[in-house]
Design a protein around this ligand. Sequence first.
Ligand code: 13P
Ligand code: SF4
Length: 393
Amino acid sequence: MAPMSTVDLPLLPLGRGTDLNAERGVECPGDLPVPSDPDLVARARAAKEALGDRVFVLGHHYQRDEVIRFADVTGDSFKLARDAAARPGAEYIVFCGVHFMAESADILTSPDQIVVLPDLAAGCSMADMARLVQVEDCWDALAAAGIAESVVPITYMNSSADIKAFCGRHGGAVCTSSNADVALEWAFGQVPHAKVLFLPDQHLGRNTAVLKLGLTLDECVVWDPRRLGGGVAPEELAAARMILWKGHCSVHGRFSPDVVDELRRKRPEVRVLVHPECTHDVVTRADLVGSTEFIIAAVAAAPAGSVWAIGTELNLVQRLAREHPEQEILFLDRSVCYCSTMNRIDLPHLVWALESLGDGVVVNRVSVDPDTEHHARIALQRMLDLPGRSHRD
Ligand code: 13P
Ligand code: SF4
């Protein structure tokens, strides 16, 4: 009988190390400070100062304010990958983001640098929607259909290291929301009559292919790993140019076209600004679409009095509203919509990680095995080498 940890149950197995197939862990060990400790800010500051240049703290834009204030750099996932790689002098990289970002930082940094994720339970439900065994099954089916040789796999950064390694092994690359268009153009130029297998976010894949590269919706098919043959007929596969993995972001999936329509009726002056992880119906109704870095830059460049409705994670939208009181910034949903896994990184976990490092104890290290790292780095490097990114620095 297979050991418990390798069985792909449709459940969340609890306990440390029991969920080896998941992109994230499920619990955080350690003696965490209590959230009510009034000295947490002072403790974080002191621990970081004591470590000095030995530690470099990266913060994704979706992080809480209490955490982001301690980041040496903030950014979207592309910028953070690049920034992590540009700090060879730092002994410790503390990644305030989610697990796949910390993995990418580990892959892009030198072997003697240590990457720490303050809470290992900070994973990503979208990344969990593509497991290596499922992707390998899909690839076998594409081979059986006689098309694997013309398929270039592209994975969104929001995927586990083994999926990135799969892309590296099969001539593919990684992309982020700020360079998906350039990555797709690159992929379509790799082999004659190329098709792209886009993992794991169907919405980013569809939005980029249709709205940036001019493909039609009919040229996109959705591969459902839970259905026989992906639920796609062989002749549909043969005709498709984009094979989209059936994954999505549960945070961005909440934004709805009805809210955009209602808002436009009530506030015709509003500009709708959304992340490309939103559904196609939402993205096609928006005025501007882009990564978190793009969203921040768009608001910063707008004149006073601008009215925005922003469709991305709530920590970022709230921060923008506070930083730009000269503009009116609305959240594009009626209900609260945080990324619960991003929010796992809070001040107690950050204090615990920094104080432990100061005591010479490495906690919550994220470390990718050498073979996976080698092939994932190929796919990440292909992304970093892409020409003419649409990303705004
Ligand atoms: P970006 O910061 O790359 O836009 O990504 C958003 C996201 O969902 C990260 O998980
Ligand atoms: Fe994953 Fe969505 Fe959270 Fe980003 S916002 S980390 S894609 S669940």
